[in-house]
Design a protein. Structure first.
Length: 150
């Protein structure tokens, strides 16, 4: 299994990572070329990864052996806008639903902005700024395991 630093050096462009003014999806699927941006802790809070790490097919295969990777990790990839079911026509509905749900349930956002390797290109940050960052640590992409235990 390998995780390669995604250092942004010139070379072959990775179609999974946003660049040239594109936005990043902070809740992407585990697929070769995506960035590993966080690990879901036992408390359900995402712990950000401080280094840009690009995952490969071997990582996806190994991570999948223990269940759905998106239930245990957070991945970043290219925001595909209208090709995504979460796209509203002009924004991503995921962060809007998260922020609304947090307000409805009186969940306090994180006090400090967590470290983030994609903030500069992040779709959610571009939509909602620091509020999105403070809510981001509560987003688990695949919650099927949580629902199964409820």
């Amino acid at each position: 299994m390998s995780l390669a630093p995604a250092d942004g050096k010139k070379g072959a462009a990775n179609p999974k990572i946003a660049d040239h003014g594109e936005k990043s999806c902070p809740s992407a699927h585990a697929e070769p070329g995506a960035l590993l941006i966080g690990v879901v802790g036992a408390d359900g809070i995402v712990q950000p990864i401080p280094t840009r790490l690009e995952i490969d097919a071997d990582f996806v295969e190994r991570a999948s052996k223990s269940g759905v990777p998106e239930a245990r990790f957070r991945f970043g990839g290219r925001c595909v806008e209208g090709k995504c079911k979460q796209w509203t026509g002009n924004s991503c509905d995921v962060i809007e639903k998260v922020l609304t749900g947090m307000a409805d349930q009186n969940i306090a956002p994180a006090e400090n902005l967590p470290r983030c390797v994609i903030r500069g290109t992040c779709r959610w940050y571009s939509q909602r700024g620091a509020d999105a960052c403070r809510a981001c640590v509560y987003v688990v992409t695949d919650q099927s395991a949580l629902v199964a235990h409820a």
